[in-house]
Design a protein around this ligand. Structure first.
Ligand code: SIN
Length: 313
């Protein structure tokens, strides 16, 4: 009998599938649907200190093999999500939630983390260092010095389990550089990848860009980004200290994609674009497909093949 259960920092999740931040997780109703689904847990929409409307519409569109967005962090503000996870913690004391935060400045991130530190929250925080869609605010994860400065300031006082959500990296030297920074801190996990930022979708008929914000530039998600996501999961798994779990996200549409992410080293899988298209049924379907692949291959647990991708030398 196989299991898709996974453990991160001693917290057990009944299955290794969950949503990715930003997708159907903005309202309490969205989060209730995730709690009622076959997902092993959920992550809340990345919060800023106060409610934000996000970027002007249209701000997302579909692609033949994915999605394209420049949402700009529309969210209900930290208090809303903190209240939700605290209430959930009382209802389900053994569950571990992921609370995502994405301040548009270091000061905002620190202020939110002080609030979370002072609260009864026991779950994970996913600190988003990689939103590509806030005009005038570059992705912190691409600035290695600023990432170190951020984590120095965070871990000077924050002592609950915390991970970071990273942008995709495209060069082996950058994998080395970001891993060298992250390995200096008591991180619980990294989530990789956020959307491939600042792509451009053109509508040839109207001879315009497809979305309004940032002159049409936006983040690419879905099937097209899977090779980049797998490379980041693999490269970071090979470089990070073993205490830092890797949460894989990017291009997971079916059980085979999930299997590939785990082979590359992921301990938990987040589903973004496909969850947006399919709704909560996606978790049960992908779990069944992954389970069938594991049964065929004789694997009982995801630890049996996690990170065991072979090269051809
Ligand atoms: C957004 O709200 O713009 C997406 C969030 C993200 O990519 O981190």
């Amino acid at each position: 009998m196989s299991t898709l259960a996974t453990t991160i920092a001693g917290r057990r999740f009944s299955t290794c599938l969950m949503n990715a931040a930003g997708i159907r997780c903005q309202s309490a109703r969205d989060l209730d649907a995730l709690v009622a689904s076959a997902a092993g847990t959920y992550v809340t929409k990345s919060a800023t200190p106060n409610k934000r409307p996000g970027n002007p519409e249209p701000r997302m569109t579909t692609l033949p093999h994915g999605s394209f967005n420049s949402m700009g962090l529309p969210n209900n503000g930290l208090a809303y999500y903190l209240d939700y996870v605290l209430a959930d913690q009382i209802k389900r004391p053994t569950a571990t939630q992921f609370l995502s935060i994405a301040g548009t400045s270091l000061e905002d991130n620190l202020a939110m983390l002080h609030e979370i530190q002072a609260s009864e929250y026991r779950g994970f925080v996913e600190l988003n260092l990689s939103c590509p869609n806030v005009p005038g605010h570059p992705q912190t994860g691409y600035d290695f010095e600023q990432t170190a400065k951020t984590l120095d300031a965070v871990f000077a006082f924050y002592d609950k389990p915390l991970g970071v959500k990273l942008p995709p990296y495209f060069d082996l030297a950058h994998f080395d550089a970001i891993a060298a920074v992250l390995n200096q801190y008591p991180l619980t996990f990294v989530t990789t990848i956020n959307s491939v930022g600042n792509g451009l979708v053109v509508n040839a008929e109207t001879e315009t860009v497809a979305i309004r914000p940032k002159g049409g530039f936006g983040g690419i998600g879905g099937a097209s980004v899977k090779p980049t996501a797998l490379a980041n999961v693999r490269a970071l798994s090979q470089r990070l200290k073993p205490e830092i779990a890797v949460v894989g996200v990017g291009g997971i549409l079916n059980g085979r994609d999930a299997f590939e992410h785990i082979l590359c080293g992921a301990s938990m899988l987040q589903i973004g674009t496909q969850f947006g298209y399919e709704g909560t049924a996606v978790f049960k379907r992908i779990a069944q497909e992954l389970d069938s692949i594991m049964a065929l291959k004789g694997y009982n647990t995801i630890a049996d093949f996690r990170g065991k991708l072979k090269t051809l030398d």
